[in-house]
Design a binder for this molecule. Sequence first.
Ligand SMILES: C[S@@+](CC[C@H](N)C(=O)[O-])C[C@H]1O[C@@H](n2cnc3c(N)ncnc32)[C@H](O)[C@@H]1O
Length: 238
Amino acid sequence: MIPLVYDQINAWGKDDEFFLRLLNKINAEKIADLGCGTGRLTTHFVKAGNRITAIDPNEEAIDYAKSKECPEGVTWIVGDSTNLQPRAFDAVLMTANVAQVFLTEESWKAVISDAYRALKPGGHFIFDTRNPLAKVWEEWEKDETPDVATDPLSGERLEIWTEYEGFADDVFTFYETVKNARTDEVVIHEKMQLRFRTQEEIYKSLHQAGFSQIQTYGDWEFEQATEETKSFIFHGVK
Ligand SMILES: C[S@@+](CC[C@H](N)C(=O)[O-])C[C@H]1O[C@@H](n2cnc3c(N)ncnc32)[C@H](O)[C@@H]1O
């Protein structure tokens, strides 16, 4: 995640609408937005009247989020799931594939167990993640054009180039380079890795952590996921 350009290259989409609709359905009041990043969705959750604890380990992203115009009701924390208070939330959310940043089994189990502990009885754990069977990285690898953004300070045009290392051991590795389009100067170069887990693996880990009524929606229409859906949206209840 590169806070400097993240909001500019991640436009509002069907996935974001989905999360707002789902939160509305379950009538959650106190929400943890884990891996909130630049607060792209957090600010919408709070506008819907929710009280939010928004957590991310990326300090620059949290600083950016705090600088946005946002109504009262958000507590911003630089941290991770270990900062979640026990039995405090009606819902814990991880949006925009935060679930895929947990590369090891150990870190994945730890975040699920922290989410479980943080929920009130009857609370909801909701997150999305990409279906490994859809092999979306094959589409990504065909795209050779850079994304473009504007440097908010200088107003200069930036290009975001992606190099793909590939998929190995369920992890897709790639590199993002932000360049000044005029001078070609490299502003940021970052390695990124995403872990892909199957629907069965995730279901099993949620079940083992104690979650029940586990639903898996596919592709933002509240329909049950199939083998072909590009994304899974998991929804479990404590
Ligand atoms: C793709 S961004 C999603 C941001 C935001 N949820 C959204 O919808 O725009 C993934 C986020 O996960 C965060 N992240 C990385 N490691 C994390 C961890 N251990 N716990 C929580 N979040 C983490 C990153 O800093 C990044 O902001």
